[in-house]
Design a protein around this ligand. Structure first.
Ligand code: NAI
Ligand code: MG
Length: 396
């Protein structure tokens, strides 16, 4: 079998802490690809005016498989202030390198599994009618369209005349017609039929393969008739090939309420880019939050796996590091699935499950104590101790 090469992109802040931990776990489970390091993140914006250097793009193009930690990104003005003085006013404009990577390689299918591990004190619990508590089993897998929608990047403050002209033909534009350019901001929610079809095919294919009884499209078709409407139309179309799976439709706002009332009812959930971002964080909150939230960004050729958390700068310099490596480790398990190493992926998830269930080794978030330099002295496991415990379970 040809040896895989994985492009390792730790990025900023705690990305540099958690990514090496995931590699240790991959190594322990017997997956030993070549790793090539690639640069990404704030430092490369500041020093080169490009947070996603061309060399990184070339490496991904070549090796097609990436593990990514996290990046720091800052608002437009802050980005312009922090760029190296020599690069100032040279036309560099900050963009999110993750969004850039997703669009560059058309990583249009984002998968975010949110499964509760029994014994996790961060799991969602619900009060019962008799005053007791119950812990519903959450096993939702969010499919988020990753390249279009409100994150497609088509936006303006002071839209150019051609854009305003195009709007002026629309009856709903009337109240905006006299708004001054600098007082008007526009972000376009663009959906294409092709991308809607692809995310629905991916979602139904996953549901069938993994035995989920339903696929829920979570949008807002009663208001966003065109865009949400197109996704729903494609859902119905793809559903024809999967008669054994139920197709449900919910509105994003109502879904945000229902997911804390009856999260166990949902299996595969599909949404556009923004709603998918929101609903996946919401489900992640039920199963342990950012320390547990893993994801894969999958295109036809390239796939990149990453925890959904960011660079958590306030914890990046702590020694020993305290952040939870599990989100990154579960992302690495998704990489294993992607390359056909499902048995190893299952072993990694089982090892995580065993550590969580045993409850002896818990990073600060699972202890429900504030993160900070004294978290360890209060009994929290360090990042490294947490990984060590997972590796020990792999061996045992
Ligand atoms: P964040 O996800 O970095 O951290 C928020 C809080 O969540 C942290 O302060 C910490 O309390 C907790 N947390 C995050 N990861 C954790 C882990 N592995 N274990 C335990 N606790 C964890 O989000 P924040 O603070 O809003 O953003 C910080 C930077 O990260 C910003 O520059 C933001 O733009 C960027 N960001 C990058 C993302 C990415 O690279 N995919 C995603 C989200 C934010
Ligand atoms: Mg998010």
């Amino acid at each position: 079998m040809q040896k895989n090469t994985v492009v390792a992109m730790p990025g900023d802040g705690i990305g540099n802490i958690v990514l090496p931990e995931a590699i240790r776990v991959l190594d322990a489970v017997g997956f030993r690809p070549e790793y090539v390091h690639a640069d990404i993140g704030w430092e490369f914006w500041v020093n080169e005016g490009n947070p996603l250097p061309d060399k990184t793009i070339e490496l991904l193009k070549k090796h097609k498989l990436g593990l990514f930690g996290a990046i720091t990104s800052k608002p437009k003005n802050k980005a312009a202030e922090e760029i190296r003085p020599e690069l100032r006013d040279k036309g560099y404009v900050y963009f999110s390198p993750i969004v850039g990577m997703r669009q560059k390689f058309n990583l249009d299918v984002c998968i975010r599994p949110c499964r509760s591990f029994p014994g996790n004190p961060l799991n969602f619990i619900r009060q019962t009618a008799d005053g007791g508590f119950e812990e519903p089993k959450v096993d939702a897998v969010i499919f988020r369209q990753n390249t279009e929608g409100l994150y497609c990047g088509l936006e303006w403050t002071d839209p150019p005349p051609a854009v305003r002209d195009a709007f002026s033909g629309h009856p709903k534009y009337k109240p905006f017609a006299d708004v001054a350019g600098e007082d008007m901001a526009v972000s376009v929610r663009m959906f294409t039929r092709r991308a809607c079809r692809r995310i629905m095919e991916a979602a139904f294919g996953y549901a069938k393969k993994h035995g989920y009884p339903s696929v829920t499209v979570c949008e807002k078709p009663n208001v966003l008739r065109e865009t949400s409407g197109m996704l729903e139309e494609e859902a119905r179309h793809v559903h024809e090939d999967y008669p054994d799976i139920e197709l449900w439709s919910t509105n994003i706002d109502a879904q945000m309420m229902w997911l804390t009332k009856n999260p166990e009812d949902y299996g595969v959930v599909v949404a556009g880019n923004l709603f998918g971002d929101i609903i996946s964080d919401a489900f992640a909150g039920l199963v342990g939050g950012l320390g547990f939230a893993c994801s894969g960004n999958i295109g036809d050729e390239v796939a990149v796996f990453e925890p959904t958390h960011g660079s958590a700068p306030k914890y990046a310099e702590l020694d020993p590091p305290i952040v939870n490596p599990i989100a990154m480790i579960l992302s690495a398990a998704m990489l294993l699935d992607h390359v056909g190493e499902s048995e190893k992926a299952t072993r990694v998830r089982d090892a995580v499950a065993a550590v969580v269930k045993e409850g002896k080794v818990r990073p600060y978030d699972m202890m429900k104590i504030p993160g900070g330099p004294d978290a360890i002295s209060k009994g929290a496991a360090s990042t490294i101790q947490t990984t060590d415990a997972i590796i020990a379970k792999l061996a045992g």
